[in-house]
Write a protein that binds this ligand. Structure first.
Ligand SMILES: [Zn+2]
Length: 397
């Protein structure tokens, strides 16, 4: 791939990079900031390719004409296959899902060596915010005195978790969500998806191509279906038992997610690695891993609640005379239309408010299932208030 093939939205970052290539003034360290799934990794890879491409004039030479990767030469292909000796990807791993001191020490050593085949030694740190404090300190030294012909590219969707001293030593490039139309067109042209499916995925993605691709997976599709089924079944006549059952169904989606994540982490950590650590270290690592799983579970809960919020927003759109083409859940049009006639806009607004509040109150230590139960019970109470005081309802109903 080349810069010219990266789909819209990232032009500002790419322009900066191409100008630097043209002037032969590539920075020694970049920090790519932006949500997950908008192309940070892709642009990092293409930058590495453009710098080391056999067919380009090279970054040290100002005034080069070819400001892109060819994508076909041996160097470009090796970088694409992760087999280029001068381009290394550092990802969080191990028992604690962290980028640790050993990873960074290794990086600092490697980066000081001469490039084997390419023009620059390039290291890409994905999820740079997962660096431990020790690792961050070690990296700072390299950032303060970067070896010539080296390049560090740090990627993050959580810049607040990085040391400010690290941020200040990098050139920052921001990546934003992509226009939905471009995601749709890309899904149709590159992945050959039917137009309707591509439309739906682009809307659900919130502008993140990576998310749209994830949503094609079986688990993601089933999860969304379950959540929407629960949201659409909720009715004014539900009794407490039914509400709790629904909260439990959502709770199950979350606990299944947690179990899958735990299993995945277990598989990724070989037994020998565990045996290398002292007991004290194991305890510390386990704590960190627990925090990681809790953080991921919280993200998942937010995702599930966002699915419900999107459902309610769609209902409001229909009630306010909006067009079908504006719906996010375009695959459930008929159901939405029926439901829109049944529920008052006031109730929907209250529900959205409650879900937003629940989202804000989630933190790493809260019991997710209890929060969901409390949320659903509050929704029901609000509903009764609305029914008992119909005079308070504004709007058509
Ligand atoms: Zn090339």
């Amino acid at each position: 791939m080349s810069f010219s093939e990266v789909i819209g939205g990232q032009e500002p970052a790419i322009k900066v990079l191409q100008r630097s290539l043209k002037e032969g003034r590539i920075s020694h360290a970049y920090l790519f900031i932006g949500p997950e799934g908008v192309g940070k990794r892709l642009v990092a890879r293409i930058l590495a390719q453009a710098i080391n491409c056999d067919l380009s004039a090279g970054p040290a030479q100002a005034g080069r004409d070819n400001l892109d990767a060819c994508g076909r030469c041996s160097s470009c292909r090796k970088i694409e296959n992760f087999s280029h000796p001068d381009v290394t990807w550092v990802k969080p791993g191990g028992l604690s899902r962290r980028i640790g001191i050993d990873d960074v020490r290794n990086l600092c050593h490697q980066i000081s060596l001469k490039a084997y085949a390419g023009r620059k030694k390039i290291f890409v740190l994905t999820e740079a915010d997962r660096m431990t404090a020790e690792a961050s300190n070690a990296l700072l030294k390299t950032l303060e005195e970067p070896p010539t012909n080296s390049l560090l590219i740090l990627l993050t969707s959580h810049p607040a978790s990085l040391f400010p001293t690290i941020i200040s030593r990098c050139q920052i490039l921001r990546f934003s969500p992509l226009p939905l139309k471009e995601i749709k067109d890309h899904l149709v042209s590159k992945y050959k998806l039917p137009s309707e499916e591509a439309q739906l995925l682009s809307r659900l993605s919130g502008g993140r191509l990576g998310k749209a691709l994830l949503l094609r997976g079986k688990t993601a599709r089933e999860e969304r279906k379950k959540v929407l089924d629960i949201a659409s079944r909720t009715s004014p006549t539900d009794d407490l038992g039914e509400l709790l059952r629904r909260a439990a169904e959502i709770g199950k989606i979350l606990s299944d997610f947690k179990r899958r994540l735990e299993e995945k982490l277990k598989k990724e950590t070989p037994k020998e690695q565990k045996e290398m650590f002292a007991k004290e270290q194991i305890r510390e690592i386990k704590e960190e891993r627990k925090a990681f799983i809790e953080g991921e579970s919280k993200k998942k809960t937010e995702e599930v609640l966002d699915i419900i919020i999107d459902w309610y927003r769609d209902l409001l759109i229909l009630q306010e005379g909006g067009e079908e083409a504006w719906l996010i859940n375009s695959d459930r049009k008929e159901e939405l239309q029926m439901k829109a006639k049944d529920v008052s806009p006031l109730r929907i607004r209250k529900n959205i408010e409650l879900i937003e509040k629940t989202k804000q109150s989630l933190d790493h230590h809260v019991n997710l299932r209890l929060s969901l139960e409390a949320m659903m019970m509050k929704m029901q109470e609000e509903l009764k208030d609305v029914q008992n005081n119909p005079g308070t309802i504004t709007g058509k109903r």
